[in-house]
Design a binder for this molecule. Structure first.
Ligand code: AMP
Length: 282
């Protein structure tokens, strides 16, 4: 694997590959890689000649300074893992390379970035859109890979690609889970043993709600029951548990046909904020 820390040499390397007719897949990450990330890399490897993984803990998407400071950084292990799945290129820039001066650009995605994560993490999606735009400009990929775990992020990036007319195909990859169901996340590294057990609440709640909704139970009763389940977990503080239309993320009161609906959940386990989601299809 070739590692780049600067933009110029990476662009020159990739321009050479493109001129040879080779296709490029991009997997943007913030590092502390787990199997979910590596699956994205493997999916890219299957479909593209060259796979670029970027690792950059993007400061502009953190609304909480302590979350940014404590975000896990495991560079050496990440390099070994990326090598083990045959990643071709790692782009691992310092903050000063990505932001030569403080950025003034702000993105506004209308309703899409005001709900769910947007409501609880103001400015988050503007920072995401900014760094992803930069990465798209630098790497100029044919395809870019994102996880369903961050479903709202995927919708925002889809809108970004559409409105800015990036000629990039986006792939939304299913969420990889631990054997007990917990969605893999870099932040799971920060959970202690007790918190790790409590974190399973999110998956259990999603599964419970999906089963109930498909049986015809109304959303309000399901949400009440989920809050009751949560009150039995002293370490968990729920922020939202909602049903939305996968097309536009509008809130739903019942499962909609024919496009799938999605249950979205976020909350804290101790100090660690986690999110998860699940499609609900009839
Ligand atoms: P992050 O490093 O957390 O910003 O994630 C980088 C990419 O990996 C994003 O597109 C995430 O949605 C995706 N991702 C994170 N966790 C998972 C997972 N458990 N399964 C699949 N993809 C994931």
């Amino acid at each position: 694997m070739v590692i780049f820390k600067e933009i110029g040499p990476l662009k020159a390397f990739l321009a050479d590959k493109t001129s040879q007719g080779l296709s490029i897949g991009l997997v943007p990450t913030m590092g502390a890689l787990h199997h979910g990330h590596l699956e994205l890399v493997m999916a890219s490897k299957k479909a593209n000649s060259i796979t670029v993984c970027s690792i950059f803990v993007n400061p502009t998407q953190f609304n909480n300074p302590s979350d940014l400071e404590k975000y896990p950084r495991t560079a050496q292990r990440d390099i070994t893992n990326l090598d083990s799945v045959g990643c071709d290129v790692l782009f691992h820039p310092e903050k000063e390379v990505m932001y030569q001066k403080p950025s003034t650009i702000k993105f506004d995605f209308g309703k899409l970035d005001k709900v769910f994560e947007g409501e609880f993490r103001p400015g988050h999606f503007s920072g995401v859109a900014l760094v992803v735009s930069k990465l798209f400009n630098i790497v100029n990929p044919d395809k870019a890979y994102f996880g369903q775990k961050d479903f709202q992020q995927f919708k925002i990036i889809s809108r970004l690609v559409e409105e800015l007319q990036f000629n990039i195909e986006l792939i939304c990859f299913p969420t990889l889970r631990e054997p007990d169901g917990l969605a893999m996340s870099s932040r799971n590294l920060r959970l202690n043993v007790e918190e790790r057990k409590s974190a399973l609440f999110f998956y259990r709640a999603l599964q419970f709600a999906k089963t109930e909704l498909l049986k015809g139970t109304d959303l309000k009763s399901v949400q009440t029951k989920v809050r009751e389940m949560c009150s039995l977990e002293p370490r968990v503080r729920l922020e939202y548990f909602e049903l939305a239309d996968t097309e536009n993320l509008n809130l739903l009161e019942s499962v909609k046909q024919p496009t799938p609906s999605i249950l979205l959940v976020a909350g804290f386990v101790g100090e660690i904020r986690l999110i998860d989601n699940m499609f609900v299809e009839n």
